[in-house]
Design a binder for this molecule. Structure first.
Ligand SMILES: [Zn+2]
Ligand SMILES: [Zn+2]
Length: 399
């Protein structure tokens, strides 16, 4: 039989693109694959298609073939006569081209399988204090646990499981669908490859039973909202002694009345009186561990000023880092003032007006400098008097 032109074999024109070649090969190889085409010449056809593809998909070989025909290809092979050269392995091309069709089925795990338990999830809500210092919580978990009677084995009286007669222990079952063959888990043994002629009466052969169990969760100091803890093996028990799943605990930190958290830092608001803001003083600041600190307020502190107390934040659970406590100072406006206090405030305000007037008129009064100076001395005294009385009154009102 005379050799057919490679392009003709694949049903292509000479200038066909790489993509066309691949597509044509895929289509024809599917059609003539000896596994599912039982026609007498299928194998020969498949070989022909494969050979054509081997050459046309290789740019170097294709170039030689285009220039010299079969002579170019044969001549290029050291052994001669074998156009497959060293690369004629069917499975190689298959891995390449059919990875998505056959590869998937082939790559699937063969042989018996285990049925491990699933992971369980739980949410634990804790306070910010608990998050900062750590806490232990007991969770009541309803799940599958190892059967206490057969210890997870699934068989009665510790008798051994035998080989599944339906799949001969392979755990796999071959399904034919048209020309495709697929394997799936054996329906008799669910892929385990074992049969259980004497099932444990308590778990009916599963090796696990539904139950409640108490799981102690140690929540480390420093955890944050949204952190996940993984308790290995505390999830659902596996079937017939297969490994257990894990318990995943999601940490939810409740909002705090005083503190908000940002990473390792804590933030709080510290109210101070109007007088403390002006004259300076101290303010009491609570810490997350229950202590009280004295915060120094400098004179003339503006509302909104943020003061840092180093090392009074949250200690990291995976490093030696410790956050800071940031205190936002907020000046409280005095309320429920008496008429006398209000009057003092008005006088106080008037002192600013006077001061402004003096600045504006001082240039015109340059001549009477000496007498002015004396007057100002008097005013200063007067002003101080108002100040101290006013602040004394306000302080008295302070809680
Ligand atoms: Zn049992
Ligand atoms: Zn089976």
């Amino acid at each position: 039989m005379a050799k057919r032109d490679y392009y003709e074999v694949l049903g292509l024109q000479k200038g066909a693109s790489e993509q066309d070649i691949k597509r044509a090969f895929k289509r024809l190889a599917m059609k003539y694959h000896p596994d599912h085409n039982k026609e007498a010449n299928a194998a020969e056809k498949f070989r022909e298609i494969n050979e054509a593809y081997q050459v046309l998909s290789d740019p170097q070989k294709r170039q030689l073939y285009d220039a010299h025909g079969f002579a170019g290809i044969d001549g290029s092979q050291a052994g001669g006569g074998n156009p497959f050269g060293g690369g004629g392995d069917f499975s190689d091309i298959f891995g390449d081209i059919f990875g998505d069709i056959f590869g998937g089925a082939r790559a699937r795990q063969q042989g018996p399988v285990e049925h491990p338990g699933r992971d369980l999830r739980a949410v634990v809500s804790i306070t910010l204090e608990e998050a900062v210092r750590g806490v232990t919580r007991k969770l009541n978990v309803k799940t599958y646990v190892k059967c206490p009677q057969c210890h997870g084995q699934g068989s009665k009286d510790g008798s051994r499981l035998s080989i599944c007669p339906q799949c001969n222990g392979s755990g796999q079952q071959i399904i034919r669908q048209g020309f495709m063959t697929m394997s799936q888990h054996c329906s008799a043994c669910h892929g385990t490859g074992r049969s259980n002629p004497n099932p444990c009466p308590k778990c009916k052969g599963d090796g696990r039973v539904q139950s409640q169990k108490i799981v102690e969760v140690k929540i480390p100091a420093g955890v944050d909202n949204g952190d996940r803890l993984r308790l290995s093996g505390e999830g659902e028990a596996g079937l017939q002694g297969a490994p257990s799943g894990n318990l995943i605990v999601l940490i939810e930190v409740q909002d705090h009345d005083v503190f908000t958290r940002d990473g390792l830092d804590l933030h709080c608001v510290v109210p101070i009186s109007f007088t403390t803001a002006v004259l300076g003083g101290t303010a009491e600041v609570p810490t997350i561990d229950g202590a009280t600190l004295k915060l120094t307020i400098k004179p003339e502190t503006q509302t909104g000023t943020i003061l840092r107390i180093a090392g009074k934040g949250v200690k990291s659970y995976n490093s030696s880092q410790v956050g800071n406590l940031y205190c936002k100072v907020v000046v409280q406006t005095p309320t429920n003032l008496t008429e006398e206090q209000k009057d003092l405030l008005r006088k106080f305000e008037a002192t600013f007006e006077k001061k402004n007037k003096e600045v504006n008129t001082s240039s015109t009064k340059a001549k009477n400098k000496d007498s002015d100076k004396a007057k100002e001395e008097n005013k200063k005294e007067e002003k101080e008097g108002i100040f101290s009385k006013f602040f004394k009154d306000l302080k008295g009102d302070d809680k």
